[in-house]
Design a protein around this ligand. Structure first.
Ligand code: NAD
Length: 362
């Protein structure tokens, strides 16, 4: 049975960058026989404008039936005054929780051609290739009780609950072990076990799960040290697995090591390999409709989709090679443009990748 792909362009630059990913997907369909069934639907602000809700029931139904969802981005200043439950971001959060996407994969890759984009010295970051696996549906962002309460005497107190069940820890660590097996098999579990009981349990369960993967070499690191090591010597890491909040912070720091937000893809997976794929950046309303957005993060999200949900690693490799080729040729959208390289538009970049990919089919 053929796999199903749902495309959600979203808001701001979303439709522009997704259009370039669609060019590439068309080449995969026509020239490489990818054979996926494709649907398109609305999410975020566009969906609110048209249907009064950021995640319409029809979109949710299509997402549930899909093996993979490719999302552009959602949000924009015109939606900021809406009630919280109608804001575009609710569409995203709704999709994540309704699809059970608990494993968030955030690679931080610095292509050698872009080593100058980083704020760190090229020798520290050139060739960087880290995968951060962040737990996405548990931990302190969801734990209850939570709130702000008034104490005796009138002072207010804010409180949240950090809680993880063994089963939640186990499934994210398994997900990370599976990924580590596809890479160098080095996995670093990040916690704060010297202070937090939750982390003590996290470390114990992580070590137990790793025993089921004799090929995986697991190490443990405290989160404060991990933050320091990430900027001191980032290439020591291959795969990192951590909780929701630690992952949120560390993956943003890792992303900035590469210096180019327009280059980084992400995947959020369920237990069976279904997933949602999206660039890590937002809807960039400041550059929308100008034809200058970098579509490569979205195209690289297609690479992840081929690898993790469509089980076509050979096509993932061809597409990745095509991106590297256009970078080698010196093509750059304005966000990654430097002296001596050729400045191109969003669609010129998409065309160049699609053409290169097509040439690899012959
Ligand atoms: P942003 O990531 O949209 O933009 C930050 C900066 O990076 C901007 O200067 C933007 O022009 C630039 N940028 C982003 N993507 C780019 C690309 N592909 N090519 C070139 N430059 C790019 O973050 P923001 O400005 O804080 O947020 C804008 C909107 O996006 C907000 O409504 C926010 O809520 C939303 N947002 C959505 C998501 C998502 O859909 N997953 C994630 C983050 C923010």
């Amino acid at each position: 049975m053929s796999k199903k792909l749902l495309i959600l362009p979203g808001d701001g630059i979303g439709p522009e960058i997704v259009a370039e990913a669609v060019k590439v997907i068309s080449v995969l369909q026509i020239d490489f026989g990818l054979g996926v069934e494709i649907e398109q639907a609305m999410v975020g602000g566009k969906a609110y404008d048209a249907q009064g809700h950021p995640l319409p029931e029809t979109t949710l139904q299509l997402a549930r039936q899909s093996d993979a969802v490719l999302l552009g981005a959602v949000g924009g200043p015109q939606y900021e005054s809406l009630p919280r439950e109608l804001r575009p971001e609710r569409g995203l959060l709704g999709l994540r929780s309704e699809m059970g996407l608990f494993s968030n994969l955030r690679p931080a890759i610095l292509y050698p051609q872009l080593a100058d984009s980083s704020t760190l010295k090229p020798e520290i970051v050139s060739g960087l290739d880290i995968m951060i696996v962040r737990e996405l549906t548990g931990g302190i962002y969801f734990g209850r009780p939570r709130g702000i309460r008034e104490l005796e005497g009138g002072e207010r107190e804010g409180f949240n609950t950090l809680v993880y069940r063994e089963s939640e820890i186990e499934r994210i660590v398994r997900s990370a072990c599976d990924i580590a097996m596809k890479r160098s098999a080095r996995l670093c579990s990040v916690d704060k076990a010297n202070v937090l009981e939750v982390s003590e349990l996290w470390r114990e369960v992580a070590s137990r799960v790793a025993k089921d993967y004799p090929g995986v070499e697991m190490s443990h690191m405290y989160v404060d040290n991990a933050a320091m090591q990430l900027v001191r010597a980032p290439k020591q890491f291959d795969v990192v697995v951590t909780s929701n909040m630690f992952g949120d912070i560390l993956s943003d720091a890792a992303a900035m090591l590469t210096g180019s937000i327009g280059m980084l893809p992400s995947a959020s997976l369920d237990a069976g390999g279904k997933g949602m794929y999206e660039p890590i950046h937002g809807s960039a309303p400041d550059i929308a409709d100008k034809g200058i957005a970098n579509p490569l993060a979205t195209i690289l999200s297609v690479v992840m989709m081929l690898r993790y949900s469509l089980q076509r690693p050979e096509l993932a490799q061809r597409l990745e090679q095509s991106v590297e080729y256009v970078l080698d040729e010196g093509l750059r959208t304005p966000d990654i443009h430097t002296k001596g390289t050729e400045r191109v538009s969003t669609s010129q970049m998409g065309d160049a990748v699609a053409m290169r990919l097509q040439s690899l089919a012959n």
